[in-house]
Design a protein around this ligand. Structure first.
Ligand code: DGJ
Length: 752
């Protein structure tokens, strides 16, 4: 890691682990020169950019030099209005109504480490020698606009973290209409775009599309990062695969509306930009005020999509997630949502906990329905006091009864919401987002609290603090079950109404920061109808997320595979639920449901009191197995082997320990295949010099009982070289039946 500056050439060469990023000043404009595999600094990096006269339709900022045009110059933070007709990185209106500013280089600063971003989640360092940061200062000489571009490079990660700090150093107000986090111009368009899209119960399916003239625009306008589109975009060379080739990832550390765009222009250059969605956004900057954009985390991988994912996983696991649970094994839980929905009482909960303890489950989570008068989803959000009809002894008594069964106690809350039918709403009808005099559009019979208001956040802080202190609560599931409509704040002046959605995010981040600091020993899991806010912003406060409301094992293959493109397994909640599955009605064996859920933070979400003796035995052995592989799954390196989005949907992945001495492999056959070809599973990430002993895990595809595995593996108990496992693989074609799975562990043998 190093930041080289050649002041004579106006050249900045940023070296992160394995990658280089080069900026050069051209007539005072910061031009983008290169991003990719690491270069030596003495490799003559001066004359990479090509200057060529185009036509009068690509104007020239320096009249005497027609070879330079902002319309073609690759740039770091492009502006609107002075001849670049592509997507700008920022737009603003000056007090006189003019929209023209021109950012030119005004200086730089380099500091070791990485600064905190005021009020925003961001990747961090634990010591200054882990990273270095370049502050590139740009100014518009007429208005007093100053933009500082921040670039952090890392010693241990092939990552560049970028953001922009926009300051009004002039004497008149200005209005920001767009303030993106990063913009990168690629020299050609020979790329595919890779991104994650979906819907509720179908989140983060992998999409791959060729770029062509025009733009690919990914966005959310929903006030949260959304089920529909994740705040992530990668460009990859057409020949890039899971294991090979150049991949460039852009991930936004933000939980609100965003855009990520790849625009191919007339000369086949590609501009990627990412940041807060400018749609329905503006921000008043009075003299002396500043605006900090969220952070974009950019990863270069020369080792395919898998290489990029592992870089994101390591960085997000160790330098985005925080708190005592960052490095701690996550508890195996049982959640009562799909077991009881709203229909429970303390005795029922205790009965489930009583079954859970002997199986080895460590935590009970009480889901929705414990507060106010909430017998269904049309009331009580905001009334965060126990419903004594269901819990006569309150939360404290219930937690005690659960603890007695040897389990910790966890609780569900949905703090950002308010039901029109609630005491809170009757007291504070203006505390929700709404446009005065208009309909307040409900979703699931609820409205969104206006977290842009300090008094609302303070109320939530006090109320939730009281709840979290009222019982020995060690886990909190923080849910959020709708998107924003009528985005307006009763507390904001007219000119600041378009700030509401971002101010909401700042209020939410501050609230979560205060609560997670006050309750450092609580493990927080975020949730938004499953994965509607599965983003790096939330992971900064809460190290895991409920991946999806879809608990079907087969659907989960796609959802967990897609999620793993950016996010580590330690961030994914994954539970075994009952069959027929509540979302899709599919029947699958308890064995495969366990095998799929074991690739994340494992748990059960069904009525354990309805389990047969055989099911209990299998669950107990799944739990014992998970305890053995838990640290591998939660802290190891993930290698995806087969994609559910290709071929017949068979899926496989594995987790390898940092020293490569241990691994856990999971293979899923979705549909049986008549008289099919020989199928070999080739492994990844092992030490080619080491021999590994294979231990088969629980396998099975029987729908009745699940006790017996109808197939056995030829290779159980044997030892093979890592080289053979990675180059020849293991035959898995004798699997029979639909929805079958094999899991096994590999243990490196000591050298002879
Ligand atoms: C949506 C969540 O994703 C579910 O797991 C459950 O907590 C419900 N909300 C409760 O309303």
């Amino acid at each position: 890691m190093h930041i080289h500056v050649d002041e004579t050439l106006g050249l900045f060469h940023l070296q992160s682990k394995d990658s280089s990023y080069i900026i050069q000043l051209v007539e005072g404009y910061p031009a983008h020169v290169y991003w990719g595999a690491q270069l030596h600094h003495d490799s003559n990096l001066a004359s990479i950019l090509e200057f060529r006269e185009r036509s009068s339709f690509s104007p020239n900022p320096v009249p005497s030099d027609r070879s330079i045009s902002l319309d073609t110059l690759p740039q770091e933070y492009p502006q609107y209005g002075t001849s670049d007709f592509r997507q700008p990185a920022y737009q603003l209106i000056l007090e006189d109504g003019s929209r023209i500013t021109e950012l030119k280089y005004a200086g730089y600063r380099i500091a070791s480490g990485k600064p905190k971003l005021e009020g925003l989640p961001a990747v961090y360092t634990e010591s200054d020698d882990e990273a270095a940061t370049l502050y590139l200062i740009l100014e518009d000489k007429y208005s007093g606009l100053q933009v500082t571009l921040l670039y952090t490079v890392f010693a241990n990660h092939s990552v560049i973290a970028r953001s922009a700090m926009i300051e009004n150093k002039g004497s008149a107000a200005m209005t920001l209409e767009q303030a993106l986090s990063a913009s990168v111009d690629f020299a050609d368009a020979n790329y595919h775009a890779l991104y994650l899209s979906g819907a509720w119960v179908r989140e983060r399916h992998v999409q791959r599309r060729e770029l062509g003239p025009g733009a690919i625009r990914l966005e959310s306008r929903r006030g949260s990062s959304s089920h529909q589109m994740n705040p992530f975009l990668a460009l990859l060379r057409p020949d890039a695969t899971e294991d090979h080739g150049d991949v460039y990832g852009f991930s936004l550390v933000y939980s609100g509306s965003f855009i990520a765009q790849a625009e191919v222009e007339q000369f086949s250059q590609t501009r990627v930009s990412i940041g807060i969605n400018p749609f329905d956004f503006s921000w008043q900057l009075e003299p002396g005020q500043s605006f900090q954009t969220p952070e974009a985390v950019m990863v270069y991988s020369g080792e395919g999509i898998g290489g990029m994912s592992r870089t994101y996983h390591r960085l997000y696991r160790t330098r985005l997630c925080r708190g005592v649970y960052r490095d701690k094994e996550r508890p195996i839980l049982v959640n009562n949502w799909e077991a009881t929905y709203f229909n429970f009482d303390a005795d029922k909960i205790e009965a489930i906990a009583k079954e859970a303890g002997p199986l080895g489950i460590e935590l009970f989570v009480l889901d929705d329905g414990w507060f106010g008068k909430r017998d269904n989803d049309d009331s009580s959000l905001g009334d965060w006091f126990e419903d004594r009809r269901k819990l006569p002894g309150g939360l404290a008594d219930l937690a005690k009864r659960v603890n007695k069964q040897g389990l910790q106690f966890g609780l569900w809350v949905e703090p950002e919401m308010i039901s029109p039918n609630s005491e809170l709403y009757r007291k504070h009808p203006d505390w929700c987002l709404h446009a005065e005099g208009r309909r307040r559009t409900e979703a699931r019979s609820q409205l969104v609290l206006d977290l842009s208001r300090k008094e609302v956040c303070d109320y939530l802080y006090d109320t939730l603090s009281a709840v979290f202190s009222s019982a020995p609560i060690t886990y909190v599931k923080w849910d959020m079950n709708r998107n924003m409509t009528e985005i307006a704040s009763a507390a904001a002046p007219a000119l600041r109404q378009k700030e509401t959605a971002h101010r909401y995010m700042l209020g939410l981040y501050d609230l979560m920061d205060r609560l997670t600091s006050r309750f450092p020993d609580i493990l927080f899991e975020s949730c938004s109808g499953g994965g509607g806010r599965f983003d790096p912003g939330m992971l900064y406060y809460m190290p895991q997320t409920w991946t999806s409301d879809d608990t079907d094992a087969i659907e989960r293959l796609a959802i967990q595979y897609g999620t793993s493109i950016v996010y580590p397994a330690s961030s994914m909640g994954a539970h075994v639920s009952s069959v027929p599955n509540h979302q899709v009605g599919r029947m699958t064996s308890l064995a495969i449901r366990g095998d799929v859920a074991m690739s994340g933070n494992f748990g059960y979400e069904l009525d354990l009191t309805a389990f047969t003796k055989e099911e209990k035995e299998l669950a107990a052995s799944q739990i014992a197995q998970y305890k053995e592989i838990r640290s591998l799954v939660q802290q190891g390196d993930m290698y995806r082997l087969l994609s559910p989005f290709e071929g017949r949907g068979d899926t496989a992945w594995m987790f390898v320990s940092a020293d490569r001495s241990e691994a856990f492999v999971a293979y899923f056959r979705v549909l049986a295949e008549p008289n099919g070809p020989i199928r070999r599973l080739t492994l990844r990430g092992l030490d080619p010099q080491l021999k590994y002993k294979i231990e088969t895990g629980v396998t099975g595809n029987s729908l009745a009982g699940d006790t017996a595995s109808p197939f056995s593996l030829a290779f159980g108990g044997e030892a093979f070289g890592g080289d053979r496992l990675m180059n020849i693989g293991l035959t898995v074609s004798d699997l029979k039946g639909d929805f079958a799975s094999i899991t096994f562990r590999l243990k490196g043998l000591p050298a002879e």
